[in-house]
Design a protein around this ligand. Sequence first.
Ligand code: ATP
Ligand code: MG
Length: 169
Amino acid sequence: MGLLLVFTGDGKGKTTAALGQVFRALGHGWKCCVVQFIKGERETGEALFARKEGLLFRTLGLGFVVPGQDREPHRRAALAAWEEAKALVMSGEYRLVVLDELCYACAFGFLDPGEIAGVLRNRPAETHVVVTGRGVPPELAEAADLVTRMDAVKHPLDSGIQAQEGIEY
Ligand code: ATP
Ligand code: MG
């Protein structure tokens, strides 16, 4: 039975938990794909690996949403990413679909969480979906079978240690 899993919270570990699910599922021969919202400015290890392995890994965001910047391009990118994500989920072709940082796209007001929850509730019965991002909207939390919140107890950035290749990206 397909589950809707949500990884949220302010601590590190949401995207990597989602990718851990993909790793596990791939081991069982499942067909998986990843759609990334918001992010896209920096080449990540996971995207490089996915490309090498022929895994569908769509990085459709425009990068950080900078305060004061025109948000319209980001909004349009998020809408296009959602259309693609929706088609991948509804195709029934993928047993596991990751919608990475989808919560951020909702938090920025680019996407309507009610509509997303409605679509995800009507997805093919065997399709598992993993959604990540801080601040899960209540509509998605309600539709989910699992919601795990990552707590930021301690983070290297707090002691001035910058993001490192292989750990952060
Ligand atoms: P990861 O991809 O490592 O699992 P994440 O998906 O949980 O992280 P995001 O909210 O997507 O985290 O943020 C991406 C970047 O922000 C990561 O480089 C992560 O280390 C960093 N980050 C996450 N939590 C914190 C925090 N509490 N303080 C500072 N930076 C953080
Ligand atoms: Mg993330």
